[in-house]
Design a protein around this ligand. Structure first.
Ligand SMILES: Cc1cc2nc3c(=O)[nH]c(=O)nc-3n(C[C@H](O)[C@H](O)[C@H](O)COP(=O)(O)OP(=O)(O)OC[C@H]3O[C@@H](n4cnc5c(N)ncnc54)[C@H](O)[C@@H]3O)c2cc1C
Length: 380
């Protein structure tokens, strides 16, 4: 068992770390307060190869794997979870659905542009009436002579207003339940499609969360992604990878919250000594560090299993569940260690506290992860 990252992986971590400190950190609060999507930074990440980490070089990707992808998401999210979720939704949801289920022509048409950042990707599964119960989607796709006609609404779509290419799931056969759902590639500007309401959020405010509206939207027949009826099954395969990225997002934010608390605890003096001298504070810092390490092991294990071509449904859910709940606890203790200063925007603690909550909700809530885990362990 080898817990060491290779020299190349460590170099990748250093370069993403430096990029995040230099290009993201100075803008974090400005973007957060304005709810501003960091387009220029996202494009730069594309130029650096960080929007196509998991895709092979022959499709314009960086030819690395999920371990490297986790490193990138972790280091970006340590500084700004908004940038982390933008890259995660783009890569392991939108782009990866095309990579996993697409035919050769679809992969050649879209993956190189998504990997380079020329296109931004998004993924729409959730609807107003179907979240955890994603199989009960209502949006329809009806086959006409030379196109599929989409009607319905998706909600909470990350990158929705900025995406050039979206993958959406719709009902093609109402009688077949989850086997009656199919996936479609929709390009921005397609008639009958528009992004609607932009959500005003508690956290991750620089990321975009959009409603998607389809009104007699005709997408070409060649934009059916995967086999008709396989949309839900493929979406679950996509989520096996996506949940690793939410674990990495959680890990990065937990580390950011811990680092900020550690630094502050050494600077802040009360009763004539640094608060880090108090055992109550030390125990919080020690628990945070220990839980972060355990979350890291689960996350990297799931990523390396994925790179080995193994099925990771169980391991991805365990990593996502544990890392997200650890991140929420760390962000909470981070605020507590800062006292009143944890409640104001001059310190990073409050932003981690707001941002991190999404991790126990997106790509399946903690309750749904427990259902997935229980199903997997009970079936053996
Ligand atoms: C910022 C943000 C970004 C997102 N990005 C995307 C995206 O890019 N693409 C996308 O498709 N979706 C996205 N989502 C949607 C997200 O995946 C859903 O919000 C999530 O799956 C939960 O669905 P819901 O909000 O409808 O909650 P509900 O399903 O209504 O759940 C409400 C509560 O009931 C619980 N619950 C539901 N069913 C059960 C059960 N069987 N057993 C026990 N408890 C249960 C849930 O755990 C939760 O606590 C995003 C959401 C947010 C907030």
């Amino acid at each position: 068992m080898d817990f060491q990252l290779s020299d190349e992986q460590q170099q990748l971590r250093r370069s993403v770390h430096e990029f995040a400190e230099r290009e993201i950190l100075p803008n974090v609060m400005k973007w957060d307060e304005a709810g501003e999507f960091p387009m220029q930074t996202v494009k730069e990440l594309g130029r650096l190869g960080l929007l196509g980490v998991v895709f092979p070089a022959e499709y314009g990707g960086s030819g690395m794997g999920y371990v490297e992808y986790v490193i990138a998401i972790e280091e970006l999210s340590r500084v700004d979870g908004s940038v982390g979720i933008i890259v995660a939704a783009h890569t392991s949801l939108g782009s990866n659905h095309i990579f996993l289920a697409g035919n050769e022509a679809q992969k050649r048409k879209y993956i190189p542009k998504l990997a380079s950042g020329e296109f931004i990707g998004a993924w729409g599964l959730t609807e107003p009436g179907s979240g955890s119960d994603a199989g009960s989607a209502r949006m329809t796709a009806v086959r006409k002579k030379d196109c599929w006609v989409l009607n319905g609404t998706k909600t909470f779509c990350t990158n929705g207003h900025y995406a050039d290419v979206l993958v959406v799931i719709a009902v093609t056969d109402r009688t077949a339940h989850t086997h009656g759902l199919s996936a479609f590639i929709v390009e921005k500007g397609t008639q009958g499609f528009r992004a609607g309401k932009k959500e005003n959020k508690l956290g991750l405010r620089a990321s975009d969360t959009a409603e998607l509206i389809f009104e007699d939207c005709c997408v070409p027949t060649e934009n059916l992604l995967g086999k008709e009826g396989d949309g839900f099954i493929d979406a679950m395969r996509v989520l096996d990878g996506g949940r690793i990225s939410i674990a990495a997002l959680s890990l990065g934010m937990a580390e950011g919250a811990h680092e900020a608390a550690l630094k502050y605890s050494k600077q802040r003096e009360q009763f004539g000594r640094a608060i880090s001298d108090f055992q109550a504070i030390q125990w919080k810092l020690a628990d945070m560090a220990t839980e972060i390490e355990a979350a890291r092991l689960l996350t990297y294990r799931a990523a390396s299993m994925k790179d080995a071509g193994l099925k990771t449904t169980l391991e991805s859910s365990m990593a996502k569940l544990y890392a997200s709940e650890v991140a929420v606890r760390c962000a909470n203790e981070g605020v507590q260690i800062h006292g009143g200063y944890g409640f104001i925007k001059d310190y990073p603690a409050e932003k981690f506290y707001r941002d991190v909550k999404l991790c126990t909700i997106g790509e399946g809530t903690s309750e749904i992860q427990r259902l997935v885990i229980a199903r997997q362990i009970l079936k053996d």
